[in-house]
Every structure is written in C-alpha cells, then in structure tokens.
Write a protein that binds this ligand. Sequence first.
Ligand code: NAD
Length: 249
Amino acid sequence: MELLKGKTAMVTGGTRGIGYAIVKTYLDNGAAVALCGSRQETVDKALAKLKEENADYKVIGLCPDLGNPQEVEKAVQTVRDTFGKLDIMVNNAGVSARDSLYGYKPEDFARTMELNVNAVFNCAQAAAKVMKEQGGGVILNTSSMVSIYGQPSGVAYPASKFAVNGLTKSLARELGKDNIRVNAVAPGVTRTDMVAALPEEMIKPLIATIPLGRVGEPEDVANAFLYLASDLASYVTGEILSVDGAART
Ligand code: NAD
C-alpha cells in the first residue's frame, strides 16, 4: 500500500536513527523526500545507502543550518523547486542531554534549545507559509516520553520536549483554519546508535521497566509518523502520540 503516493516530505535529522527510518518508510509509501542532516558527508552517506536499496527512490539531501531562518527558508524553497510542493514537514533532528543542574553550562542549555525548539519553530514557520499557499499540509514533530514525566538529569532535554508539545498543540489550533495538521510522536527508548551502544547490563534493567518487554525499533516510530502524515489521520491534529511500549519513567 502506498499511503503517501504523490506527496512530498522534508525530514530533518534524516541521516540516521529514527529520522532515517521515517525517510525510508515515506519513500516506500510513494513519497518524494528531502532528507536533512547536519553534515554533507552524513547526508551523502544516507543518500547512497537509500539509492543502493532502491535506485528509483525520489530522494534528495540537504544540509541547512536549522537555527538560521533564512537557510531553512532556502531549503524549503529547494524542496519546492525540486518536487513542486511541500506536503509534509517532519521536525525530527534533536540532541539529548544528561548534565547535572549543578554543573550545567548555560551555553549547553542554549545549544539543546536551539536545535530541539528554535529549529522546530523555524522549520514550522517556513513550511506553514508554503503549505498555506498550497491549501494545506502536515507538520510533525519528534517529542519524547520525557515530555510527559521529565527526567532526573539533563533538564534542557525534557524542557525542550515539553516545548515541542506546546508548539504542536498551539500550532494545531492556529493553523487548522489553513488546513494544516500539526502532531507529534513521543518515542520511548528506541534502538538508534545511541541505545545500541549501551552495554547489556544497562539495557536489561531498562527493558524490565517496559511493559511490552523490549526497546522500540526506529521502524515502530516511523510507522506512527506514516499514519500521522497520511490521509488516514485527516481529522487528527494537536495530538502527542506515544510510541513507547507503555514505558512511563
Ligand atoms: P540520532 O542521534 O540517531 O540522530 C539525530 C539526527 O539529528 C541525525 O540525523 C543528525 O544529523 C541530526 N542532527 C543532530 N544535530 C544536528 C544539528 N545541529 N543540526 C541539524 N541536524 C542535526 O537520534 P535519534 O535517536 O534518531 O533521535 C531522533 C529524534 O528522536 C530526536 O528528536 C530525539 O530527541 C528523539 N527521541 C529519540 C529517542 C531514542 O531513544 N532514540 C527517544 C525519544 C525521542
């Protein structure tokens, strides 16, 4: 089934992990996709891997500074010039943090906010302008299960994801009149590079706290992004969809 046939999407943080799985899932469902990464080298690597899987994938790579509104607007324009329109904007790029409050450097706090919040604002704004003109679209954000209960260190990370939920719910209300739906997915512990690198003795107790008895796969999360981007979710907006195996820590 091609749930996104004829649609075009832009995915930030699309070079690896959850973002890469979203890009591949969207391509497999008939979309044309622009994947964004922080470095040209990783963007090229992701593009080569996708083309190896399927030479017919309609995919391009971009490397905008997401903290710079002009660069983001330019990237959105490139997507439009290449594919003719932008239907789906996925704000997925993010960094996590573990610092204790007592030693937390303000510049580290600001850096996490810059990517996890300001970049979401920049991309949502640039995408919404284009979508309004086109008559509608979908904006999706990657939140986290820590956006519900916080976490005991690295306060910028949960704070940034609470902000992502606030952006999601508020923009859904503001942009509904322009036929733009805005939703977020809140993944639990997901097997990306970061989690795969954890030693067995850390993973086992973690899994014990998850009712479904396993960590999430990037594809589990990408399937939620597929549903929310598709017309199956045509009356769903302002939602934060948890994909966490019912883990609530
Ligand atoms: P990852 O570290 O594997 O990938 C991060 C992506 O973000 C990469 O594509 C990278 O190019 C991009 N990126 C990093 N810094 C950037 C910058 N300064 N500018 C532009 N792009 C940048 O991460 P992941 O685990 O796949 O996480 C993706 C999203 O999912 C993040 O928003 C993260 O907070 C969220 N999340 C992850 C988990 C998890 O367990 N992995 C759980 C909950 C939420």
